[in-house]
Ligand binder design. Structure first.
Ligand SMILES: [Zn+2]
Length: 161
């Protein structure tokens, strides 16, 4: 069975659905989530197909999380959410990806994870133009020099050294 996130990454590489791309980083592609019930929700998708976080060396896991943290820093700066939820689940799609979910002041259930919300609330009612604008706001912040946490971790180079 084809992996939906590998298919998404292939579409991104082919220049399709680029409006949803927030950042193309070393290890992950950061996408604006399909669900925007929490505006600014991003998903950092590992570029390689790995089904379990635990199958990656800890240094590589940390390097991936550094990119997640960089995404969260941008979301915090752009939107100023009350809290950010970090979730690496894999229950529905077994390809390592991190949800970075801003929880805003008007959150209807701030003490609960979002996954119990009705699908309409999860998805939100943002139109494509608003989604593109949102992705662009986060993307611009992530590209700005010195605007995010330094994502580098000693010993985390891709060449396995
Ligand atoms: Zn995959």
């Amino acid at each position: 069975m084809p992996c939906p996130l590998c298919e998404t990454l292939a579409r991104v590489r082919n220049g399709v659905a680029t409006a949803a791309v927030v950042a193309d980083l070393d290890l992950t592609v950061v996408l604006l989530g399909e669900n925007q019930g929490c505006p600014g929700w991003c998903v950092a998708v590992l570029k390689e197909h790995v089904e379990h976080l635990a199958h990656m060396p800890i240094v590589r896991q940390a390097a991936v999380f550094a990119e997640v943290a960089r995404t969260a820093a941008a979301i915090r700066s752009v939107f100023g959410p009350v809290r950010i939820n970090y979730e690496c689940l894999g229950n529905q799609v077994a390809h390592v990806h991190w949800h970075v979910i801003p929880r805003h002041a008007d959150d209807p259930q701030p003490s609960q994870p979002v996954w119990g919300w009705p699908s309409e609330r999860l998805r939100g009612d943002m139109d494509p133009a608003a989604r593109a604008d949102l992705a662009d706001r986060i993307a611009r912040f992530m590209r700005a020099p010195g605007s995010c946490l330094d994502a580098s971790i000693p010993g985390s180079s891709d060449d396995g050294t």
